[in-house]
Structures are given as structure tokens and as C-alpha cells.
Design a binder for this molecule. Sequence first.
Ligand code: CO
Length: 460
Amino acid sequence: MAQKVQFVETVLRDANQSLIATRLPFEKFEPMLETIDKAGFYAAECWGGATFDVCLRYLNEDPWERLRKIRAKMPNTKLQMLLRGQNVLGYSHYPDDFVKLFVAKAVENGIDVIRIFDALNDVNNLKVAMEATVKAGAIASGTISYTTSPVHTHANYVKMVKELKEMGASTICIKDMAGIMGPQEAYDMVSAIKDAVDLPIDLHTHSTTGLAFMTYLKAVEAGVDIIDTAISPFSGGTSQPATETLAYALRQLGYQVDLNDDCLNAMADYFKGVRDEFVADGTLMAKSMATDTQCLTYQVPGGMLSNLLSQLKQMNALDRFDEALAETPKVRKDMGYPPLVTPTSQMVGVQAVRNVLDGERYKTVSKEIKAYCRGEYGTTPAPIDADIQAKILGDDKVLEGRYADTLAPVVEDTRAKLGDLAKSDEDVLSYIAFPNLAEKYLENRKAKEENACTYSIVEA
Ligand code: CO
């Protein structure tokens, strides 16, 4: 029997986030939800990551309501979200009571699969979210943030995968956020993990460097079960490779692909129009769609290169770009080789720029790097350089154990503080995640309701 390959469609989340900064409002994709639902995807990634933040910050949407509306139109397909472990959808660790309630409510509102990752691959940062996911009856997808370094060996990845299985992972995801995984590496890594555990494996990569099609093909040869792709108008560049192209090529090679081509064609036709609107208003830029091989040369993700450039530009120091670029891998090494993903990529990039512009390494450090050196982000893949750590910390002590254990519960107090501004646990969670944004949203909603109320009285 032919080997079956399943697909996760990312147009609603990762493709949306990678190409147009997550600016797709609900009503722009609503007409396609029933079609996506009938296309035969393993799952539709549609929530989490930056969607929550952007819904509140730019789109004036309640992210929970968005999820419920997607669920209502997609009864047949698993809905997937991306969760940053103990960081949930933010940039630093939250107390456990928030993580648990957030996961429970995400599942209650319609999520089926939670892909849970940690920027340092510290499984202690995944545990609470993984257990809450299992408890809520959803699929916990234990995730490896893929990177390369002397300590990121297959043996270490396999060890992590076994720990994820112990914690209740139903599937394993290899998340190559920078698109730097080559075909041979994909073949070897998928083979190594397949040998170690009997769980379905999902490979997630980006087209950034142009490797993705080849990488998926070799991963499939090694037996990968699920791949992440985006419908063609939202594919390529910093997004995923195209769904239709992979379906075509894999079928030609004799693999079983249970996708409905009529649905894929309808999606492609529709999203072409949406893409063109974002091109016209300048949101979708040519450089996001292009192939960029710089990250293969510098081992720095594409997003970090543009951040370095804009930082230096702000400081009128564009002529120091080469130095800052050369400093980046050195800072990463000093910090114990963290994978470069939110929030570590920002922290390392900012520090590299400071080291170069100050003329002395670690003369000034951000509060995030200081917290990192204290252990607030978890255990680093390799030890932090001891001398540098001592210089940064001064008299400060390194934390023993898990940082979240030092955080007081936050849900009850917030609920009390918000009073009748919050109508539900979901409102309380939005507020804890993004206090300023959520407060504005909740107050607007309240004002609207009061106006609506006055209006109806006048009418009566
Ligand atoms: Co991604």
C-alpha cells in the first residue's frame, strides 16, 4: 500500500503571519472556510502565534470570537494553534494558572491540536502546557525548535523527543522556523526520530532559502507523516511551499495524498485576489516572496537580518552591518547556542548590535539578556560562557529550578480587578496576555453595548 502523506494548511496562520504580518481580517478568509474544511487537510493552522496579538492590536477583533466562528464553519477539520510553551502567546514566562486556563479555554473554543514549542527546547517549559492539553482532550504536538550547533546533535534531539512522549505528546513536530534544514538533514533527522518513537512526525519548514520542497521530499522518503504547506498564492518566500505543488509531486512519486483538487483550486483562485489586495496596499512586499540564501551563509534567520539592518539604520550606523552580522553567531555561542526564534532571536540580535557599537562586549545588556543569564527563560542548550555570565549578573544569583515556580497565580486577582468589564474567562485571559490592548478592546465593546442599549430605548 502506498505511503500516505498528510498536509497541514497554514494560510490562516503561518503564511498570513510570515507574508503579511498577520493582517488577514476574519471577513477576508471567511468565504473560504467551508472549502478549506472539505479539502481533506490533516489540520488547518488558524490560531495562536501572532494572531491573538494582531487581532486585538490592529484588527479590532476578539481572537476568541474569531476562533469560535472558524470552528462553526469548519466542523470536519482539526483546528491547530501554535503555543510558545510557558510564554503562551507572549514573550516571557507566565504563571501556571494562566497557562492551564488558557489551554483549557482554547480547546473549549474549538482548538483540536496544540503545537507547543520552547525557544530553548527546555522541556520544563513545555510540561504544564502539554499536560493541560492532554487533560483538555486535545492533541499535544510536542515540538523541537530546530537549529544547528555543536550541541544540537541527533542524540540530543532524540532524547528530547522521548521526553515529549513521556509528557503525553501524540505527535512530534520538527519546527524549522528559519528554513535552514537541508534535504539530507531532514532525511537523517526524521529517520533518527522514527527509530526512537512510534509517534506521527510533522515537519514544518519555510521556503525562505529555497530548500523547502527538497527538504519535504527527503523527509517523506524517510517516512514523515505530515508536512506543512500553504495554498499557492500565499506560498513561497518566508512562508511555506505550495500545497498544490507538493500534492502533485508526491502523487506522481506514488504517495497517497487525500486532498480534493477542486477545493484546492477554489482556494487558490480566491486567495489570489486577497494576495493582490495586500500587494496593492504595500503590506505584502516583494522581499517576503523572494528566495534569500543569506541565512545559509550566515546561519542567521532572514527576519534577524532585516532587524539588524533597521536597528543600525535607526542608530545611523549602517556601515557597521558586517561587524554586527559577524558578532551575532558569537553572541549566540556565548549564550549557549539558543535556537534563534521568538524571543531569543531578538535578544541575541540586539546584543550583537550593542557589542559592536559600544566598542566593548557586554558593556551594556538588555533586561531580557540579564533575565536570560539568571535562568528566567530556562536551561540553555549549552552552558552560558561563565565569564560573560558573571560580568552580566554581577551580584545577581542564577535561579534554581523553574522560573514559573517563582511567579504568583494571576487569574483570580485579574478577574477581581476587571469586574464587569470582563464578561468571561476568555476576556480575563486576553487581559493577562495583552493588558493594554485588551483593556482598550473591552472598553470599546462596553461603550458600544451601552450605546446600543440607549438607542433601543429611544426606538421603543
Ligand atoms: Co513557521
